[in-house]
Design a protein. Structure first.
Length: 178
């Protein structure tokens, strides 16, 4: 069965699948340039995102692009050095800011898998009209809240299984009682 957005969130609730995780790998980011506004970028989820004014182009360790506001990046990452890099979608090298994950930032992550699940969809809040799809085994991720089962998840995103497992780690839930 392929789960819709609502079915996926219901499955996570029923399975009590949320686990505490933290990001372990850096990202590279730079402000979207004027001539890039409207340009389409292929994400790790095989979706297309367009560059928007006021956003930063973020790139993960697998070279996957996505967009965020600088405030959101700085809430989760510490600024590191700057590097000149050219990713596959760059026409020329650019100066990217390296951002290292803050050690105390946590997320909730739920792996959606099981004999009845072939795949699932999630509608991220940045593009509710175009759900992201993952085969079984992918992860739904959301920002930390004290109890993920009482929170209405209005900002969830998808991380494919290999990417999640290479850039996140699960952490003890000693102080969390969902």
């Amino acid at each position: 069965m392929e789960l819709s957005h609502e079915q996926t969130l219901g499955w996570i609730q029923q399975q009590r699948a949320w686990r505490l995780a933290r990001k372990t790998k850096p990202i590279w980011a730079r402000a979207v340039e004027a001539d890039e506004i409207g340009k389409a970028y292929q994400t790790a989820d095989r979706a297309t995102e367009e560059a928007k004014e006021g956003y930063w182009l973020c790139v993960g360790v697998a070279g996957e692009p996505w967009f965020q506001k600088l405030e959101k990046i700085e809430a989760k990452y510490n600024r590191g050095s700057q590097e000149s890099k050219q990713f596959s979608f760059d026409a020329a090298p650019h100066v990217y800011q390296v951002f290292e994950p803050k050690g105390d930032v946590r997320n909730w992550a739920a792996q959606v898998t099981g004999p009845e699940v072939e795949g699932f969809s999630i509608r991220p809040n940045y593009d509710m009209e175009h759900p992201l799809y993952s085969p079984a085994g992918g992860y739904v991720v959301k920002d930390y809240v004290p109890d993920p089962y009482r929170d209405k998840p209005d900002d969830v995103w998808l991380v494919q299984q290999p990417l999640f497992e290479s850039t996140y780690e699960f952490v003890p839930q000693d102080d969390v009682t969902p």
